[in-house]
Design a protein around this ligand. Structure first.
Ligand SMILES: Cc1cc2nc3c(=O)[nH]c(=O)nc-3n(C[C@H](O)[C@H](O)[C@H](O)COP(=O)(O)OP(=O)(O)OC[C@H]3O[C@@H](n4cnc5c(N)ncnc54)[C@H](O)[C@@H]3O)c2cc1C
Length: 415
């Protein structure tokens, strides 16, 4: 790692070192580029918004990308495989079961605590020889022009100007990069919050994940090591304060009413946190020297655990597009790279946004014809192998045109 404060001209400037921005920095490690990463909150800080107490489900396709980045061995022993998924609609007849072994994969995905990812990225980035890590440091303003982008950064009370051939906005759903560049975004407030917590259960989960749609919102239980699960319970915004205020016993009782006893009794619950939920989608844009990735480009409802998985596919595609440009002797921040990246990502981004938003709307509505339609859709998913395979491949991040990293190949063609 180079000391911050040397030369302030870079090839690539990544704003935001959360899950997606840190992955992007790792993806550029082997390339002949001078990279700087600007992150506002230290990786191990309890205030870090990306590496907090949540758990996320990494899809199988994301595992492949992590393998390509050399990160997967660092997570060994700290992830819990999801071997099957059970989807149900409380009080209605539809349900579906999916098993990874039917598709000859060891798992649909893997559950990992975000804080574990933070502990992995911090030291890894500190060792990266082509990277200047500026943390804590915050973007103040950004100007993108055809020759170069110029960013004003605040670090330890000092202001510094940094220029780059390419700026990558990875600064999350309320992206200042997006705003400074004048990129419009569609924002839909779901009027819901996700309550998350880790739970101890009385029966082994056997690697099963559960997605249960209930009248008060969908709830997901993901397997964790030992007899533990990670809960994501979506609750209407006006009920959140009341549910958060319940004592642990009353909360677990309420949860059991919604979920039943598929995992035996809920024994203990850890700290609860609530996240307000929105859909944010950046409008198509052609801003010189700028690409958006992760939540800065698209923030999703966590209903199907797709947000980070979509973001890391942005990383894999952008890294490959930059790498191919370098190999061809082209400008890594030029308009051909930006247009290639945008075009390639459009289809995957749109279909995952449609899938998650469609699920939220379909399962947040109790109109009788819709209830019948969704129960029938779940049964069809359970019974029609082709439909099930399509759904599994899409949510595992294995559908459509995949970048080399997502196919288990090295980033550089021919290496
Ligand atoms: C309850 C819940 C459960 C979820 N479960 C899953 C799941 O199971 N699977 C899945 O794939 N996804 C899941 N997600 C989504 C996933 O958490 C996000 O998609 C992911 O965190 C996005 O990462 P990011 O790096 O793009 O943005 P963020 O995590 O928001 O990180 C942005 C980073 O930028 C920094 N930053 C912001 N502004 C500035 C600035 N001006 N200057 C410098 N730095 C700045 C922030 O400090 C932060 O570190 C879930 C989300 C929620 C809310």
């Amino acid at each position: 790692m180079k000391e911050a404060g040397a030369a302030d001209d870079y090839d690539v400037l990544i704003i935001g070192g959360g899950l997606v921005g840190a992955s992007m920095a790792c993806a550029l490690a082997g390339l002949p580029l001078r990279v700087a990463l600007i992150e506002a909150v230290p990786f191990q800080s309890p205030q870090q918004p990306s590496y907090d107490e949540r758990c996320i489900a990494l899809a199988y396709g994301s595992r492949r990308i992590f393998e390509g980045l050399g990160l997967w061995p660092l997570l060994a022993g700290q992830v819990t495989p999801i071997s099957s998924i059970h989807v149900s609609d409380r009080g209605h007849f539809g349900f579906a079961r999916l098993a990874a072994q039917h598709y000859h994969y060891p798992a649909f995905g893997y559950v990992v605590e975000n804080s574990v990812l933070g502990q992995m990225f911090g030291p890894r980035l500190a060792q990266q020889t082509n990277l200047t890590l500026c943390c804590p440091a915050r973007l103040q303003s950004l100007r993108c022009e055809s020759g170069r982008a110029t960013a004003l950064i605040e670090q330890q009370g000092q202001q510094r100007t940094m220029t780059a051939r390419l700026v990558i906005g990875a600064d999350g759903g309320r992206s200042q990069v997006r705003e400074q560049a004048g990129i419009a975004a569609t924002v839909a407030d779901y009027q819901q919050s996700a309550i998350i917590a880790n739970l101890s259960i009385s029966q082994p989960h056997r690697g099963q994940a559960f997605e249960r749609f209930t009248d008060s919102g969908p709830l997901a239980l993901l397997p964790l090591d030992g007899q533990r699960c990670s809960l994501v319970w979506t609750v209407a915004r006006d009920a959140v304060a009341e549910v958060m205020a319940l004592d642990d016993g009353a909360f677990l009782q309420r949860l059991e009413q919604r979920f039943g006893r598929r995992l035996g009794r809920f024994i203990r619950i850890g700290r609860r946190h609530a996240y307000p939920l929105q859909l944010v989608s950046a409008a198509p844009h052609q801003v010189p020297r700028l690409a958006l990735i992760g939540n800065a480009a698209h923030t999703l409802h966590p209903i199907a655990g797709q947000g980070f998985n979509l973001g890391i596919r942005d990383v894999a595609v952008l890294a490959q597009t930059i790498c191919d440009a370098l190999q061809a002797g082209n400008d890594p921040g030029g308009s051909a790279v930006l247009a290639g990246y945008e075009q390639w990502r459009q289809r995957d981004q749109r279909s995952i946004i449609r899938l998650t938003d469609g699920l939220v709307r379909l399962f947040s509505n109790d109109l009788a014809p819709l209830v019948l339609a969704r129960s029938s859709a779940l049964l069809a998913l359970d019974l029609i192998p082709g439909l099930k395979r399509h759904f599994a491949r899409q949510t595992m991040g294995l559908a459509g045109r995949l970048p080399r990293l997502a196919r288990g190949l090295p980033l550089a063609a021919g290496s």
